[in-house]
Design a binder for this molecule. Structure first.
Ligand SMILES: Cc1cc2nc3c(=O)[nH]c(=O)nc-3n(C[C@H](O)[C@H](O)[C@H](O)COP(=O)(O)OP(=O)(O)OC[C@H]3O[C@@H](n4cnc5c(N)ncnc54)[C@H](O)[C@@H]3O)c2cc1C
Length: 461
């Protein structure tokens, strides 16, 4: 594995310990997990067993019961895959900042996988300070490690693409071979382990005061949970949809995209695995100079756009706030705040999809009913909010709230970057109009030109 993927959380030495500790948080999988593989290698070298731990935290970023159910399904598979390798994955209920330091007292070394949001960065920093042993974080959920891709917040996909493309082939040179485990575990952790089957969803998911109970009846989730379901879906996508992806991806009726976002969000699959599978299936010699139109368009989304979202959240603490928007967008949207809105909707009206716009309502319904909204409709959905909420700051807050509550892939760098994009981030000024100022505008006529929007509206009425 490339050394750029491996980072130290502190300057402590490895200590005499009874095991190597791997805290699984953002990579819920037993395969294609470079943090896990690295931890196994170290444990083998030290002739110590490896202990893997997942901390099930209640009210995690206001996650709904839907998110927890999905996570638990993927966790059960990861637990089984690890067990087959001879590694026990312990599930504890509680905060990692409480659990990991207690376990690490007995560990020779601690290994963390990597998320990029504020609280995940804080966890790493705090654990680096609290743990008595060497603590390492490993980037297995990106193609190019975030600081290698760029040392600063990037302006746009264009500026990041130029930096990432020359690095691609080198960073795709990773082994996906599982590392065999040499020493098995014989150690009492002396902490209460939660059997996965006994986890009570009700104890994790608590309605946030001031919001309404989530609607759950009649939900039809089609997103794959766990590594094997996700890989199966992905291979089917490559074989049946990739050829037409370049043109089909913007048609919400075509079902032409990979539906990998939730699996990537939960860490059930890694983008490295997806890119390598695609490369192998299409027999592409080099990813950086891919000449298959569908694959090139897909790799742009999976690598450049996704890692632009990660770059944004890693370097900008205000990724979920108007303070994270570029100055030109804040200025023009502030002016737009002074324009009267023809219709004003409350958060409840929006949540219930009760607006004058049947296309927007359908998009909102698709998200609530299926946990997924088509990517093209997400852009329209986010931008439309500006014209119905009194000011852009509140429109952005509502967008984040709804997306995080109802999208299975919500609470993700892509979500914060996608919403910020609706308000001008990673974009440039366009011609001006009321409310939106020079922020790019999308309207219903544009939807109708692209696809049969009325059929979409009927589908998710
Ligand atoms: C307002 C708004 C909100 C969004 N919220 C989320 C979110 O909460 N979670 C989320 O993962 N994505 C979000 N996106 C980005 C994008 O719409 C979804 O990733 C994509 O639609 C997921 O469907 P798919 O997996 O079938 O995508 P595919 O078209 O098959 O793309 C493959 C992968 O590439 C990445 N990707 C695709 N489009 C984008 C994009 N525009 N930006 C960044 N990465 C991309 C995703 O990881 C996706 O799974 C949002 C976009 C907007 C405009």
């Amino acid at each position: 594995m490339q050394v750029q993927r491996i980072h130290e959380c502190n300057s402590r030495d490895e200590q005499r310990g009874s095991f190597v500790l791997y805290w699984m948080q953002a990579s819920v999988r037993g395969q294609g997990n470079l943090a896990l593989d690295w931890a196994v290698e170290v444990a083998n070298r030290k002739k110590l067993p490896l202990i893997a731990v997942f901390c099930l935290q209640d009210r995690y970023l206001s996650a709904s019961v839907l998110h927890y159910k999905h996570l638990l399904t993927g966790l059960a598979e990861a637990q089984q895959v690890l067990a087959d390798k001879g590694i026990r994955l312990y599930i504890f209920q509680g905060s990692p900042l409480d659990i990991i330091p207690r376990l690490a007292q007995h560990a020779a070394l601690a290994v963390l996988d990597t998320g990029y949001l504020r609280h995940q960065r804080t966890w790493r920093k705090t654990l680096g300070e609290l743990l008595p042993c060497r603590t390492v974080w490993i980037e297995s959920n990106v193609v190019i490690p975030v600081e290698t891709a760029s040392v600063k917040e990037e302006w746009s996909a264009y500026t990041l693409r130029r930096k990432i493309t020359p690095l691609l082939d080198d960073f795709l040179d990773v082994s996906t071979e599982a590392v065999p485990v040499l020493t098995s575990l014989n150690f009492d952790l002396a902490l209460e382990v939660v059997p996965l089957q006994a986890v009570e969803l009700g104890s994790l998911f608590v309605n946030i005061p001031g919001t309404r109970p989530r609607r759950l009846k009649g939900q039809q989730i089609a997103e794959p949970a766990g590594h094997s379901a996700a890989m199966e879906r992905f291979m089917d996508f490559i074989r049946t949809k990739l050829d037409s992806y370049e043109t089909g991806r913007n048609n919400p009726l075509a079902e032409g995209t990979s539906r990998m976002s939730a699996a990537l969000h939960f860490g059930f699959v890694s983008p490295l695995e997806l890119v390598l599978a695609l490369q192998q299936e299409l027999e592409l010699p080099r990813i950086s100079s891919c000449d298959h139109p569908g694959a090139a368009a897909y790799l742009e989304e999976l690598i450049v756009r996704r890692e632009l979202g990660i770059n944004f959240c890693y370097y900008n603490d205000y990724y979920d706030s108007p303070l994270g928007l570029p100055d030109w967008a804040v200025k023009t949207l502030s002016e737009g705040n002074l324009h009267p809105r023809e219709h004003l909707y409350s958060l409840e009206n929006l949540e219930d999809a009760k607006t004058e716009d049947p296309y927007w309502n359908a998009a909102q319904n698709q998200m609530v009913k299926t946990g997924y909204m088509h990517g093209y409709m997400r852009m329209y959905w986010g931008k439309r909010l500006l014209s119905w909420v009194g000011d852009f700051e509140t429109a952005m807050k509502f967008a984040i709230f709804l997306n995080d509550q109802y999208s299975l892939d919500g609470r993700d760098p892509n979500g914060y970057a996608g919403i910020a994009w609706c308000f001008g981030k990673h974009d440039r000024p366009w011609s001006g109009r009321p409310i939106y100022g020079t922020v790019r505008y999308m309207n219903a006529a544009g939807l109708r030109r692209k696809f049969d929007a009325d059929t979409y509206a009927t589908l998710y009425k």
